[in-house]
Design a protein around this ligand. Structure first.
Ligand SMILES: Nc1ncnc2c1ncn2[C@@H]1O[C@H](COP(=O)(O)OP(=O)(O)OP(=O)(O)O)[C@@H](O)[C@H]1O
Ligand SMILES: [Mg+2]
Length: 452
């Protein structure tokens, strides 16, 4: 965790400035103040801040906030990653919209609500830090590269233990089980492990075990001899034999029936198999990598997965966190996919509008990296000019409009309900807690767990 976050607060009314300073110091921040646009500029040039909260109107020009707007553009040029939140006094939305267009990340109207202001600052500081971390990591070449290995981007702190584990087990012959939600990159990890192993010159053979009927399963994996069953017109070599000397990637392993699990276990225990319809025993030398989006231990507990088979395949267990738990990866992955798709579609688009990046960072990504890749592909196609805009992304916030509750995890549903309750009661935690049937402290715990 970084040290105490440092904020710059600017307003030309000394009373307001003091009130804001006390509020934010009370929220645990280190606070500096400035009374004029010149003071803002001097402070930002002298020191690093985690966020700026600035009024839009200064006495020299009390009517239109022109100086404030001018200051926004200058701050943006100085440091585009610095989150700036503006305070608007005139109660019209236009000033706020114009400020956001000039690079402000959010706005709050005066008189402000203390809870909402604290919440808003906390969110902006966290987003700003995520963007800065990912930019730094991008320049430090965080991509795990090996010759012939797929590109695997992992800038987030939550991914670092995963990378370390992969670097250690990649070159070994150990079987590995890769778990994670849909689209988290399980196949990318499997390809990387294969490419990092001494088996890399030999093939990696993939079998998707999702819903194979028993007969198909056996002949697919172990092969069959001509005439073994009605459709067996010729001899067929199974995937195990094809992968001999290399790697066999068994995808969707939790979908195997118990009978199929028994047959697979036998091969893994003995390294021997027979083609269907043949009594000749053949030896195979394969490294087995498995993947599933189920929780294999829960499957064992529920009696749907053989524990002895799990122990055979999970010598190493690699758990890929969902994208929403490694948001620092979002800007890096987004930039990577934008380069890729812009090249493919010959579009001149090279960057994200700050609002678009903010939307990417805030979205829940139930479909994880695959969904992000698709969203960026669509945006690259729709974009005009060199910048992806929010509208090009077409993201629907979960729980609103088209977001379907049943597509969300329990955690996400909880987050959505809390957000809605807070919005309904204007950020009043006591009222929101009451409506949700929680104590205040229970709601606070959940707020911090969801980083709200
Ligand atoms: N860390 C990453 N760096 C770059 N690309 C990634 C990364 N993770 C995933 N991708 C890309 O996202 C897409 C989905 O990844 P992958 O197919 O490996 O997911 P999966 O976990 O196997 O999903 P499923 O459970 O649906 O099979 C692929 O196009 C892949 O190249
Ligand atoms: Mg997959």
């Amino acid at each position: 965790m970084p040290a105490v976050s440092r904020l710059l607060v600017a307003d030309d009314d000394p009373d307001i400035l003091e009130a804001l300073r006390l509020l934010l110091v009370g929220a645990g921040y280190q606070v500096e103040t400035a009374a004029s646009p010149g003071g803002i500029l001097a402070a930002v040039q002298a020191r690093d801040f985690d966020a700026v909260l600035m009024d839009m109107n200064y006495t020299m020009d009390t009517t239109g906030g022109v100086e404030g707007l001018d200051m926004l553009s200058r701050l943006q040029r100085l440091d585009a990653t610095l989150p700036v939140v503006v305070m608007t006094a005139w109660g019209s939305i236009e000033g706020a919209v114009e400020a956001m267009r000039r690079g402000a990340r959010d706005y709050i109207e005066k008189p402000w609500d203390n809870t909402r202001l604290r919440h808003l600052m906390r969110t902006q500081i966290a987003l700003g830090q995520a963007i800065r971390t990912s930019q730094r990591l991008e320049s430090e070449n965080i991509t795990l590269r090996r010759d012939g290995a797929p590109e695997l981007i992992a800038a987030a702190p939550a991914m670092q233990p995963v990378l370390r584990l992969m670097e250690r087990v990649g070159p070994s012959d150990a079987n590995a089980l890769i778990t994670g939600e849909h689209g988290t990159g399980k196949e990318v990890v499997a390809r990387w492990l294969h490419a990092a192993s001494p088996r890399a010159p030999r093939p990696m053979v993939t079998v998707n075990l999702g819903g194979l009927a028993d007969g198909v399963f056996e002949s697919e994996l172990f092969g069959h001899t001509k005439g073994a069953f009605t459709d067996a017109k010729t001899d067929r070599v199974g995937r195990f034999e094809l992968a001999d000397g290399g790697t066999l990637f068994l995808d969707e392993i939790a979908n195997l029936s118990l009978g199929q699990q028994t047959k697979l276990l036998r091969v893994l225990q003995t390294g021997e198999l027979e083609r269907v319809g043949s009594s000749k025993t053949r030896r195979v030398d394969v490294r087995v990598l498995c993947a599933t989006n189920a929780d294999p231990h829960a499957e064992v507990a529920a009696g749907r997965f053989r524990e002895d088979l799990l122990f055979r395949i999970n010598t190493i267990e690699i758990q890929l966190p969902p994208l929403r738990e490694r948001r620092e990866d979002i800007p890096v992955l987004a930039a990577h996919f934008l380069r890729e798709h812009a090249t493919r579609y010959r579009k001149p688009v090279t960057r994200f509008h700050p609002d678009a990046m903010r939307a990417l960072l805030a979205y829940a990504w139930p479909g994880n990296v695959r969904e992000l890749s698709h969203a960026i592909e669509r945006a690259a196609l729709l974009s005009e000019g060199d910048t992806v805009r929010v509208a090009d992304l077409n993201l629907r916030p979960p729980g609103e409009g088209g977001g379907r509750l049943e597509d969300l995890s329990l955690e996400e549903v909880e987050r959505v309900l809390i957000q809605k309750a807070l919005a309904r009661f204007d950020g009043n935690v006591s009222a929101a807690a009451k409506a949700l049937g929680l104590s205040r402290s229970a709601l606070y715990r959940r707020l911090s767990r969801h980083s709200l």
